[in-house]
Design a protein around this ligand. Structure first.
Ligand code: HEM
Ligand code: PLO
Length: 469
């Protein structure tokens, strides 16, 4: 009944009972690099067994488009994993929750609430500019001492999300801010890293340091967020949302399906917006500075563009975006060469379907290797080189290659994309208008390999920050 192509089996890694392909996956390489290497042997679409779970790895743009876009809905499921279930109270969030009608209306509500405060609203711009300014004050105070940017950047980005989600913000040395940074880091270190408990759920009954740490971090997070939720509920004025949390609470009381959105859903969504907002943006900013240290001539070119188009008397704002194509292309090139989410979040086939004519049974996990797409030599000239010009045409205008998908695509595309792009633009432009970044005397250039996890973070490095005027 199938066409002949339908019957072709997908190449599969060697598999043994119980362990599946885990023996072939033992490697010092992080998963995105290992999968890219395996793709050169097994092809752009190959299969493997993570223990009992049949999993496809997709590393070429055509099948990736099929999975994310053409058949986006069929592949919009998410696997149940021990760590993410713990993080999200059994999938009451957006990112790790399986596809369902409730998830759909929940995601729609989050999208609508984001638009209230994100795109098109001057509120976000004001918030980011203020956070960027206080970051500049902090950096200026360091008087050229070598420093690790991760703390101050994280603090600034946390305050942006904090004001957006809760209308509150922290002073730089507020102990609660440190608590937030600490629990976030603990979660990033332990969540969805392809660990064994996420493959064999029964392993959770054994003592497990990572799982214990995750539980502890989640409980700290929950205490903090529940307090915010209660405060908001007490002071809520229907029709006048002050922030994302208000918008969610108002939307929750809406009609129909939405009434199934429980307080747990609201709490998990706030937690997720908070976590995603902080980790992705700060990581991208850290990668940006790391690459600028490696490519001082790119930094000079940004400085020149900023001096010419904005000057030094006022902060760059969103309406300058179209005038700063080079700066925008630098941010794109950073997200291409170091995607914060190199294999996205696993997708799951929700019904029997196919990829490239190959049959894919319901329940198959699909890993989209965005790293491989962003480093495919057939699509990119010298993919391992940092070259922002690839995002510009011959006249210096912005262009977006179709193989550039740092936010994913389709029904599971990042909900924070426009927010993230605005925030990155405002932070990068403000920081480079005010400062030059250089390698401290005697220090070495930042390592560009990064540390694999739910986000691909750079290893820590130090930098000298010099005011430009
Ligand atoms: C999902 C990238 C910032 C919220 C995702 C996915 C990627 C991504 C690759 C997974 C897509 C998939 O599984 O197919 C990024 C990048 C960011 C960024 C590169 C910044 C540089 C943000 C921000 C927020 C956010 C600022 C929220 C404030 C989410 C959520 C999802 C998601 C809720 C889950 C969507 C779903 O599963 O339906 N993001 N993200 N992200 N992102 Fe982002
Ligand atoms: C970051 C740590 C937080 O404490 C919890 C959290 C929530 C949402 C996650 C985020 C973490 C990491 C980056 C993720 C985001 C959802 C979408 C985003 C995975 C774990 C990406 C890049 O896919």
């Amino acid at each position: 009944r199938h066409s002949s192509r339908m019957c072709e089996t997908v190449p599969c890694l060697p598999t043994v009972p119980f362990l599946g392909s885990l023996l072939s996956l033992r490697s010092p390489l992080p998963p995105h690099l290992l999968f890219t290497q395996l793709a050169s042997r097994y092809g752009g679409l190959f299969g493997l067994f993570l223990g009992p779970h049949y999993t496809l790895v997709v590393s070429e743009i055509d099948p990736v488009r099929e999975v994310l876009l053409q058949k986006g809905r069929e592949f919009a499921g998410r696997p149940k994993m021990v760590t993410t279930e713990l993080l999200t109270r059994g999938g009451k969030d957006i990112a790790f929750a399986d596809y369902s009608p409730l998830w759909k209306s929940h995601r729609r509500l989050v999208h609508a609430s984001f638009s209230l405060f994100g795109e098109g609203s001057s509120k976000l711009q004001t918030i980011v500019l203020e956070a960027a300014d206080s970051l500049c004050v902090d950096l200026q105070a360091c008087r050229g001492q070598p420093l690790d940017l991760s703390m101050p950047l994280m603090g600034a980005v946390t305050n942006v999300v904090c004001r957006l989600v809760f209308s509150s913000s922290y002073q730089p040395h507020d102990p609660e801010l440190l608590t937030v940074m600490e629990y976030n880091d603990g979660i990033v270190q332990t969540i969805a890293r392809g660990g064994l408990v996420d493959i064999y759920p029964w392993l959770r009954i054994f003592p497990n340091k990572d799982l214990a740490r995750l539980r502890e971090c989640v409980s700290v997070r929950d205490k903090l967020l529940s307090k915010k939720l209660e405060e908001h509920k007490k002071t809520l004025i229907p029709g006048e949302p002050r922030d994302l949390l208000d918008a969610l609470l108002i939307g929750q009381k809406g009609s129909g399906d939405e009434s199934d959105i429980t307080d747990d859903h609201v709490l998990m969504t706030a937690a997720e917006a908070f976590g995603a907002g902080v980790e992705t943006t700060s990581t991208t900013l850290l990668w940006t500075i790391a690459f600028l240290l490696h490519h001082p001539q790119v930094q000079e070119q940004i400085h020149a563009e900023l001096d010419e188009c904005v000057g030094r008397d006022r902060p760059p704002c969103l309406s300058d975006r179209s005038m700063l194509p080079f700066l925008e292309s630098v941010v794109c090139e950073v997200m291409r060469i170091r995607p914060v989410s190199p294999i996205l979040i696993p997708h799951v086939a929700m019904q029997d379907t196919s990829i490239g004519g190959h049959h894919v049974p319901k329940g198959t996990r699909v890993l989209v290797n965005m790293w491989a797409i962003h480093h495919d030599p057939k699509q990119w000239e010298q993919p391992d080189h940092f070259k922002p010009e690839r995002f510009l045409d011959t006249e210096g205008k912005r262009l977006t290659p179709s193989c550039f998908l740092p936010f994913g695509a389709g029904p599971r595309v990042c909900v924070g994309e426009s927010l993230a792009r605005m925030e990155l633009f405002l932070f990068v432009s403000r920081l480079l208008q005010r400062f030059s970044f250089s390698v401290p005397p005697g220090a070495s250039l930042p390592d560009l390999k990064g540390r694999y996890g739910v986000v691909l973070q750079p290893l820590s490095y130090t930098v000298t920050v010099t005011p430009r005027h």
